[in-house]
Design a protein around this ligand. Structure first.
Ligand code: NA7
Length: 539
């Protein structure tokens, strides 16, 4: 078989893969991106559901590594829609002339570390084999869809869609009865649009969530220019804030304010919109009292907006706000005042099976023509675990992570037994708690510099030490335990799939602090790692 040789193989052509390719090519290395879809964009290629938008302000949802690139693009709206983000990523691919090194319609199925040659052998569903010194995963944290194994779904006579794998053609809901399962960001955004067309729309809700107002609007020419002129400020926010984005904060604990002042601050956030409900007070994610102030504010808003008392009560979230990703919506709670929109709580009435004419619950069947699964993703670990990755001595990631139940990494970037394998926004990095392009730029820059170090020193492999993985896991757990996150079952803990709490898979200390740690590790000659030089001389 014709084996193709590269310095690096990068998996995925989303934000991560595109920037990694650019960096390695600039370094003079040969690199190839392998991407399963037939276009670039990653999750933004697939998630074409109606109303799909990013929940970070668009002016921050861009690459900032190149001032020229940043200044060439103008976002249309405060929150970019999926088609606009896909357009942006295609613009980036063209501007940086990346396409010649991106291979589409190619899914990586297997990667095996070759002990003798000290390189990775990568197989694809196209029957090709690649060999590369470096294997870099840009598969994303939210890309493998979670479709709960409801019995009988094949018997359903109507249409069924998952928000993360939406068809390219517009789906027409006119005159149809639609059931939506799931009310995370995807479900909320979808429902706002589907409710405008459908004859009936029913949300089957397992857990009520907090939905903050987006206040989306077209950006005026002045706002666009302001963003462009503030390039340095945006870049500064990427790496000097916990979330890689500048959010509103009073800079004080909630307890520093009277109840009246707290309410005024929160009203201000509600009116200006966005993710700042989580940042308005410094202790929302860490202090139960502060968290209650903000949680109760949203519950009161629900009561103000939703006319039917029982529905309002069912919509009340009761976990600590921000311990699941805050959802940004536009008049979401208002749609429950419309006669054709219905809410069914699954709490005491769970889904039993899908039947030919709808969804059968414990207490009766909800008949429908369309089922939308807005049931999320096998977050953080799902996409890597799907690839058959075999490191030293035949050890697989499945074995190492005990099928995702016990994730072990160093900085969320590397793993023991998997030399020269780097993960961009892997588990145990700050990733999903941040503005993604910021987290991605930080990781790609770090990996690129690490590769420069290895190449300059003639090092063949770098690999995390077991002890540094244990230390990192402890650091992630200790930080999480100082917050309210562990109190809530969520995909941050892997508990969305089967309700079983696993390890906490995110570094919650903030991107700014995380970057400082990663930079220190690099400055200390990649402490915590083991190296092999030519002829297997361990350094
Ligand atoms: P999320 O946020 O994981 O939401 C998934 C939703 O689906 C959530 O409401 C889940 O309820 C629900 N779900 C999942 N499995 C089931 C079953 N078996 N039965 C009923 N309901 C279920 O995914 P999204 O796609 O909305 O958003 C992902 C991220 O993309 C988001 O955070 C943004 O960063 C962008 P649960 O809450 O688990 O009870």
């Amino acid at each position: 078989m014709n084996v193709k040789q590269y310095d690096a193989i990068i998996i995925g052509a989303g934000f991560a893969g595109l920037y990694m390719l650019h960096k390695l090519r600039e370094r003079g290395l040969s690199a190839r991106v392998l991407e399963a879809a037939d276009g670039v964009g990653g999750v933004w290629y697939w998630s074409r559901y109606p109303g799909a938008k990013c929940d970070s302000d668009s002016i921050y949802y861009s690459f900032t590594f190149s001032e020229e690139l940043y200044k060439k693009w103008r976002w249309k709206d405060r929150y970019a829609s999926q088609p606009e983000i896909l357009q942006y990523l295609n613009f980036v691919a063209d501007e940086l002339n990346l396409r010649p090194d991106i291979q589409l319609k190619t899914r990586v199925t297997k990667a095996k570390f070759q002990e003798e040659a000290k390189q990775w052998e990568i197989s694809t569903d196209q029957g090709e084999i690649f060999e590369a010194k470096y294997l870099i995963s840009g598969v994303g944290c939210l890309s493998t869809t979670n479709i709960p194994p409801f019995e009988g779904s094949e018997s359903f006579k109507g249409e069924q869609y998952h928000t993360g794998r939406w068809p390219h053609d517009k789906v027409d809901f006119t005159g149809k009865r639609v059931v939506v399962i799931g009310n995370g960001s995807s479900g909320v955004q979808t429902m706002q649009e589907v409710a405008k067309e459908a004859k009936e729309m029913t949300l089957l809700m397992r857990t009520p969530h907090y939905v903050a107002e987006a206040r989306n609007h077209p950006l005026s020419k002045e706002e666009q220019e302001q963003a462009i002129n503030n390039y340095k400020g945006i870049r500064e926010a990427f790496f000097n804030t916990p979330g890689g984005i500048r959010l509103y904060t009073t800079g004080k604990s909630a307890t520093a304010f009277s109840a009246k002042e707290q309410k005024e601050k929160l009203e201000h956030i509600w009116e200006t919109g966005g993710l700042s409900l989580g940042s308005v007070f410094t202790d929302v994610s860490a202090n139960k009292e502060a968290n209650f102030v903000v949680s109760q504010f949203v519950r009161d808003k629900i009561d103000e907006i939703v006319e039917d008392r029982d529905t309002a009560q069912l919509l009340h979230p009761n976990y600590y706000i921000t311990t699941k990703r805050l959802i940004i919506g536009t008049n979401f709670y208002e749609i429950f005042n419309e006669d054709h929109v219905h809410l069914v709580s699954l709490k005491d009435n769970p889904i039993e099976r899908i039947v030919e004419n709808g969804v059968q619950l414990k207490n009766g069947t909800v008949e429908c023509d369309v089922i939308i699964y807005a049931t999320g993703y096998e977050a953080m670990t799902g996409s890597l675990l799907k690839i058959d990755i075999e490191g030293r001595n035949g050890k697989t990631i499945q074995e190492k992570w005990e099928d995702g139940r016990n994730v072990k990494t160093y900085l969320g970037l590397m793993m023991e037994s998997f030399p020269n394998l780097f993960m961009i926004t892997g588990p145990q990095s700050p990733s999903v708690l941040t503005n993604m392009p910021a987290a991605i730029e930080q990781h790609v820059d770090w990996i690129d510099q690490c590769i420069e170090y290895l190449e300059e020193k003639g090092i063949q492999t770098i690999e995390a030490q077991k002890e540094s993985e244990l230390e990192w896991a402890k650091q992630c757990d200790d930080l999480a335990n100082q917050t309210l996150y562990p109190y809530t079952n969520s995909w941050y803990t892997g508990a969305n799939i089967d309700g079983e709490q696993r390890g906490f898979v995110i570094y919650v200390g903030g991107l700014n602090n995380y970057k400082a740690i990663c930079d220190q590790v690099a400055a200390n000659d990649y402490e915590g790692c083991t190296f092999e030089k030519l002829q297997s001389n361990v350094l």
